[in-house]
Design a protein around this ligand. Structure first.
Ligand SMILES: [Zn+2]
Length: 240
């Protein structure tokens, strides 16, 4: 296998997603995205096993959630990346599927780049890469897309409908009086602030699963895969 093959490491989480979605929602969504991405690039990616436990300290008030500390997560991901680099691969992408991993992922992006000058590393959240295409699909107002929300529920309806209990779905999340402090996948909070999730939401949902649909989930998946394909083709144009 060419050592120029992009190696993709999916990193996700295991945590409560309201009463209507399974604990492994972030893993299932990310793995569906990665599978579809590999298909549209003619199986030219090397996909590593998903890191299924992420940084979920903020969600520990909700049973079922598992968490690693930032430091353990950083070391686990670094050591997996080390293994890949030791086999001679030159292109490594860490694709994130969980908001709680975002901060440490930014550190990993810098550290991996410094650690392996001979390797091209990319670290990204799927929703950030796809934001331009998927944000216009949001029907609810600010705060509708957060956690176990309009988008995650739609994606799960498209990917694994048998695991979604729509009768148990309940919109959730507080409406903040300062707009810049709202929790929303595409906007804010503007200032870095740590708030445990049970302060933001009584049921572990932030957003509006009531606006979810399978059809929207399919469009979200397709647009996300298209955006990721664009990114990797632009970043690695001479990819074999
Ligand atoms: Zn999630």
């Amino acid at each position: 296998m060419s050592r120029k093959t992009p190696v993709l490491l999916p990193v996700a989480a295991t945590e409560q997603h309201g009463e209507h979605l399974p604990l492994n929602t972030d893993c299932l969504i990310l793995e569906a995205i990665v599978r579809e991405l590999d298909r549209v690039v003619d199986d030219r990616l090397l996909i590593l096993p998903t890191q299924q436990v992420g940084c979920s300290e903020h969600h520990m008030a909700f049973p079922g959630s598992l968490t690693l500390s930032h430091e353990t997560f950083r070391r686990a991901v670094t050591e997996v990346a080390d293994s890949v680099v030791r086999h001679g691969f030159k292109r490594v992408m860490i694709l994130n599927g969980h908001g709680g991993n975002h901060a440490i992922d930014a550190v990993l992006g810098e550290q991996l780049g410094q650690r392996y000058p001979q390797v091209q590393t990319l670290v990204a959240d799927w929703w950030t890469v796809a934001a331009k295409r998927i944000k216009p699909m949001q029907e609810g107002s600010l705060g509708s897309v957060g956690h176990a929300c309009e988008f995650e529920t739609s994606l799960m309806l498209a990917i694994a409908p048998q695991l979604v209990d729509l009768d148990a779905a309940e919109d959730g999340g507080i409406q903040h009086h300062v707009e810049s402090m709202w929790f929303d996948a595409f906007q804010g909070p503007v200032a870095a602030c740590y708030r445990p999730f049970h302060v933001l939401s009584h049921n572990g949902v932030y957003g509006r699963p009531s606006l979810a649909s399978e059809e929207k989930g399919r469009r979200l998946l397709e647009a996300t895969v298209e955006s990721l394909k664009e990114l990797i083709v632009e970043f690695w144009p001479d990819w074999e």
